[in-house]
Design a protein around this ligand. Structure first.
Ligand code: G3P
Ligand code: CA
Length: 230
């Protein structure tokens, strides 16, 4: 069955990268919850997509220039707080959902690998995103699943994914075709398409044989996947 991946949690309904968006993503039947990670000034890892807190909270400034104490005072939407990665792991320790930890900047590869291991998340974690941090993460723990992200699918990007020891070709949906999926499968890769928010695009990704669909609306994707028995 096609995997349903909630983008920044169920971010079409709840503030992105918050405990609430994760909780509802799980309740909506997501197989995997994708969340974005950044490192705060005091070295702890928090959930945040942008470098700055301005777009998603009532605060201002770069995450790397703010302490956890400062970040915790911010409203991340509807009274939600900016979660620490450790809080997510503790709260969802007993859930069977998998997590895709998306990283766009280097500098905290060792912390992530250590935290995933310490919290026993090794077999339910995928680390996605920027290629250089992922290469280091794969060196630090060759068993961890990685999924380098690509904007455009091509033979080259598929081969690069395979060469990194990744099991997942993680790409924007627009250029994913049946040929792309077939080539990725020849290399033993699963294909995950992001960010698929239009119903016709969900159907197209199912038709071309994508293995996973990342969406802000995981309930909609789940319903279509079930109804098409994809
Ligand atoms: O896995 C990639 C997907 O999450 C899209 O990237 O970081 O812009 O949300 P982003
Ligand atoms: Ca992301």
């Amino acid at each position: 069955m096609v995997l349903v991946i909630a983008h920044r949690g169920a971010s079409g309904y709840y503030p992105e990268n918050t405990l609430k968006s994760i909780q509802y993503a799980i309740e909506m039947g997501s197989d995997i919850v994708e969340i974005d990670l950044k490192m705060a000034m005091d070295g702890q890892i928090v959930l945040m997509h942008d470098d700055a807190v301005d777009r998603t909270t009532n605060g201002k400034g770069l995450v790397k220039d703010l302490t956890i104490q400062q970040l915790k005072m911010l409203d991340a939407g509807g009274g939600e707080r900016v979660p620490l990665l450790t809080e997510v792991m503790e709260l969802f320790e007993k859930s069977t959902v998998e997590f895709m930890f998306d990283i766009s900047s280097p500098g905290f590869e060792e912390q992530i690998v250590e935290l995933i291991h310490k919290q026993k998340f090794d077999t339910r974690s995928i680390v996605s995103g920027a290629h250089n941090p992922l290469k280091l993460i794969k060196l630090l723990n060759p068993k961890l699943k990685i999924a380098p992200s690509f904007d455009i699918a091509s033979d080259h990007s598929i081969m690069e994914t395979a060469a990194m020891g990744a099991g997942i070709f993680n790409c924007h949906h627009a250029s994913i075709s049946r040929d792309v999926v077939n080539i990725a499968h020849v290399y033993g890769l699963q294909v995950i398409a992001w960010v698929v928010n239009e119903i016709e695009d969900v159907h197209r990704m199912i038709e071309v044989g994508a293995d996973g669909i990342t969406s802000d609306y995981p309930d909609v994707v789940r319903r279509i996947v079930r109804s098409t028995r994809a």
